[in-house]
Design a protein around this ligand. Sequence first.
Ligand SMILES: [Zn+2]
Length: 51
Amino acid sequence: MTACGVCGTVVEERPATWSLQVSERGQVWLCDTCTRENLRSIEGRLDEAWW
Ligand SMILES: [Zn+2]
């Protein structure tokens, strides 16, 4: 079972579209939706206030 570190979505088997994000808090999985949102925010700004 894997849970998205941002929206909390839980899946039994993690799809290949999920991405592993490494932060100061450790490794966090992001669902496909949050991965897209994350990429957008990385392109826009580098602060991590959204965490
Ligand atoms: Zn998510």
